[in-house]
Write a protein that binds this ligand. Structure first.
Ligand SMILES: Nc1ncnc2c1ncn2[C@@H]1O[C@H](COP(=O)(O)OP(=O)(O)OP(=O)(O)O)[C@@H](O)[C@H]1O
Ligand SMILES: [Mg+2]
Length: 223
């Protein structure tokens, strides 16, 4: 599904101390499965995910998604691609403060049908949120609860690729495992890419990518 060649991302291009956030990345990923990206803070994990999801334009290299180079397509085409094919869970949850948890999920939906509402509730329940929390606004929810609402929001449109940047960062051990179990199941018929620095949540990944200083230092096929 993804074919990445010689991908580099240089921040502060003009300055003397150019920073290679990504440095000559080569990577191929299949159509389905759970992919983990692990590495220390600042190693380029988020930047790689932003480039793959076309939120950031790389300085060099090619990213082919379904045989098409998405680094050179027009902005409009890129927006359509993101809306139709990709789902995101950001490092921060970015929920709309004046909307309930449920409405925050529904607002991402392409059409507001009964089925969408049922799906939203099902995802929330699976993610360990209780009925009482569905109608609460983000300010009344804990960080971990907000994070799970953001995960449900990303799942609701059935994306072909789900990008999740530290989706378990504010969760306790038990909830982290539950979220990973759901993402694993969700990855049966799509690609799910999870960035984390917590190795323990990645026990069940199909592919593990290790990053170090803007480079891929290892790729392992999991179990
Ligand atoms: N917008 C930006 N402008 C300049 N430098 C940036 C920018 N975003 C990231 N960087 C730098 O690029 C490098 C990689 O950052 P990135 O956010 O991809 O790391 P990360 O692996 O996701 O880290 P973390 O685990 O802390 O989230 C870091 O050195 C960071 O300081
Ligand atoms: Mg990051």
């Amino acid at each position: 599904m993804f074919e990445i060649k010689n991908l580099s991302m240089i921040y502060d291009m003009e300055s003397d101390d150019k920073l290679y956030a990504l440095d000559g990345i080569n990577l191929e990923l299949p159509d389905t499965g759970l992919v983990g990206i692990i590495g220390p803070s600042g190693s380029g994990k988020s930047t790689l995910m932003y480039c793959m999801s076309s939120l950031k334009k790389p300085s060099e290299g090619v990213i082919k998604y379904k045989d098409k180079d998405i680094t050179s397509i027009k902005d409009r085409e890129r927006e359509v691609l993101r809306r139709k094919e990709f789902g995101f869970v950001f490092q921060k949850h970015y929920l709309v403060p004046y909307m309930s948890a449920l409405d925050n999920i529904l607002v991402a939906g392409t059409d507001s049908t009964e089925e969408l509402v049922e799906n939203a509730k099902t995802y929330m329940k699976q993610l360990g949120l209780k009925e009482a929390e569905f109608r609460k606004k983000p300010a009344k929810l804990s960080g971990g609860q907000c994070q799970r609402v953001a995960i449900a929001r990303a799942m609701i449109n059935n994306p072909k690729v789900l990008f999740a940047d530290e989706p378990t960062a504010s969760l306790d051990h038990e909830n982290s495992f539950n979220v990973m179990k759901i993402l694993k199941k969700y990855s049966n018929d799509r690609l799910v890419i999870v960035v984390t620095h917590d190795r323990t949540v990645l026990s069940d990944v199909d592919i593990l990518i290790e990053m170090w200083d803007g480079k891929i230092s290892g790729v392992n096929s999991g179990n």
